[in-house]
Ligand binder design. Sequence first.
Ligand code: SIN
Length: 297
Amino acid sequence: MTRSITISPITPILGAEVHGVDLSEGIDDATFAILHGAFLDHGVLVFREQGAMAPDVQVEFARRLGPLHEHPAAPTDHENPAVFLIRTHSASPISNGNGWHSDVSCDERPPSATMLQVHVLPEGGGGDTLFADMEAAYATLEPELRHRLRDLSARHASEHVYRGRYADRGTEDEGTTYPETVHPVVRSHPETGRRSLFVNPSFTVAIEGLDEAESDGLLTDLHAHSVRPEFQIRLRWNRNDVALWDNRRVQHFAIWDYWPDERCGHRVTVQGDRPFFDPSGDDPPPSPLRMSIGHLA
Ligand code: SIN
């Protein structure tokens, strides 16, 4: 069974398509070992030609990567509370993930991995998901700027993201406090040791120790750099495709360009470690794609 799996890179920088395994049938340990290695190598895996996964099967796969993460705001309105029902339709006031982010980066221990299967696609097309590689974003900064960023931390907040967000799905949040925390601007991957930029425009509100104008300017420049087209892939979903992405390495953006159509899926998220920077690790060599960010370098 494991011999027929093929893993084809989407670009030399990010992502791979996986063929020859149907996750809805469950997998054995040898298959998981291959997929886990590919996940660490490529950051995003896209499984094509899948059957619809039963919620328990999806949860069982995710648990192989670690204990599951509990979302601080999303309603547990699926029959299996570990499953986050992704659903956008004509009356939705917002669409989940419609902006660059790393999932729930406002948590002290944000999710390491997210697994999403899309079951209902917009009839008229659209609903793609973009991913951007924050390791490439870090590696392509000028060494002086990388050096400066390694000493900085940033505040990630969520009050502005989550307050009232799921009211249409019956979630009352009066009295709820939403998470806010400080993470290093450059993080080391706990499994590969590679470094990446860890700021995103949805949750990162300020760089610690800088005045507001300097912090806003630096974040604006880093956000623009992070989503350069060279670092991106665009996932055009087929029904029942599964994506598995590494939130320690990528940001993503679920494009809401299909109103009034409907799009639905099941998402399961794995608990990650507290982000850290390991000063004893290696910096990537200078990249031919590197660019200076003007006055900041
Ligand atoms: C998300 O987790 O941000 C949603 C991704 C998607 O719906 O494509």
